[in-house]
Design a protein around this ligand. Structure first.
Ligand code: SF4
Length: 340
């Protein structure tokens, strides 16, 4: 049972766990949206709770990482997560959903890593939390964990060399996973859990302070410049760009496809960086560096090629339709199109 391991401090660290939410709601039976401005929340001033919520939301949406808030009471921190969920749900904006979810997932991920490093029972706690969110039973092994192969295949990072099975140590149907890799999987699973929960919540009817908070988070949301591009993108590229615009956390391989394709058709790196601004984990400095590398303006000076259609098919990125004809590389798209 997870409750055996967790206390209020842990609920505040991992507020999206069902146990954390039940705890907060049990402690606040009178908490309804229309009372957020006026009632005392577990004996705390509503103004303090709203300040904590504002800090959590605005920082998270703006920077992509929610603050830890170790300076506020754990109860306040936990309730601020629930109020944040209500405000985010109200926006009905997929980019804000994803941005908030990854910001929260990263915050909890850093606690998870801290747990392993500093807490003598850390690995036990991490194992229990991971099992709760993923349904996967892990075994502790050496300086990491053993994960059953089918789950490893499901949660591993696709298209990354170091995650490929041929580069892994496999023992009796289990794959060895380092702490940092488990934390990465934890982040992805938590993010999806938060987004799913937001999508399943009924739309709240909010007013007062919460409504002004919603306006603040809408302003904090990253806004890319809009581009009008002529010509038609290949379906694989077009699909991933649209996913990005909706705030979906597309895989590394899809980002590589977008960046190499746009570089090779002549987009300048700054415009490509802008396109990634709605990625939930967007970081301007890192994205710029990666795009410059791909375009050959940094590093080896070699411009990276667009992966072949065959490779993209193997990576599950191909979305072939009749407009693709028999091309071998997305760069050929359009050139061999039949005249209709
Ligand atoms: S056939 Fe090639 S260009 Fe067309 S969707 Fe697939 S990968 Fe993209």
């Amino acid at each position: 049972m997870l409750q055996e391991f967790l206390g209020i401090e842990d609920y505040a660290k991992y507020p999206f766990l069902p146990e954390s939410i039940s705890y907060a709601l049990k402690r606040n039976p009178g908490l309804t949206i229309d009372k957020i401005d006026s009632i005392e929340i577990m004996g705390f001033d509503p103004g303090d709770v709203l300040d904590a919520t504002r800090k959590r939301l605005v920082t998270g949406i703006r920077t992509g990482v929610s603050p830890k808030m170790d300076d506020v009471h754990h109860d306040v921190s936990l309730v601020s997560f629930i109020i944040s969920m209500i405000a985010v749900r109200f926006t009905e904006d997929q980019v804000i959903y994803s941005r908030f979810a990854i910001a929260e997932a990263r915050r909890s991920e850093s606690y998870l890593l801290e747990e392993i490093e500093k807490n003598p029972r850390g690995r036990e706690i991490v194992r229990a939390i991971f099992e709760r969110i993923s349904g996967v039973k892990l075994d502790q092994f050496d300086k990491g964990f053993l994960m059953p192969l089918p789950y490893y295949m499901r949660f591993s990072v696709k298209g990354e060399e170091s995650w490929k099975l041929v580069n892994r140590w496999v023992y009796m149907g289990n794959v060895y996973v380092k702490h940092s890799e488990l934390a990465h999987m934890f982040r992805e699973i938590s993010m999806n859990m938060i987004v799913e929960r937001l999508k399943n919540m009924p739309k709240p009817n909010i007013k007062g302070s919460l409504l002004s908070l919603v306006k603040e988070i809408e302003e904090a949301k990253p806004k890319p410049r809009t581009f009008v591009y002529t010509g038609k993108m290949p379906p694989c590229v077009d699909y991933q760009i649209n996913q990005l615009k909706q705030g979906v956390n597309i895989p590394h391989s899809a980002r590589f496809l977008i960046a190499t394709y746009l570089t090779n058709i002549g987009w300048n790196p700054d415009d490509i960086v802008e396109l990634f601004r709605t990625a939930p984990d967007f970081n301007e400095r890192i994205t710029k560096y990666q795009v410059m590398q791909i375009s050959g303006s940094k590093g080896s000076g070699t411009k990276y090629m667009v992966p072949s259609c065959e490779k993209l098919l193997a990576l599950h990125l191909c979305r072939r339709d009749e407009t693709c004809d028999n091309i071998k590389n997305p760069l050929q798209y359009g050139r061999f199109r039949k005249q209709t």
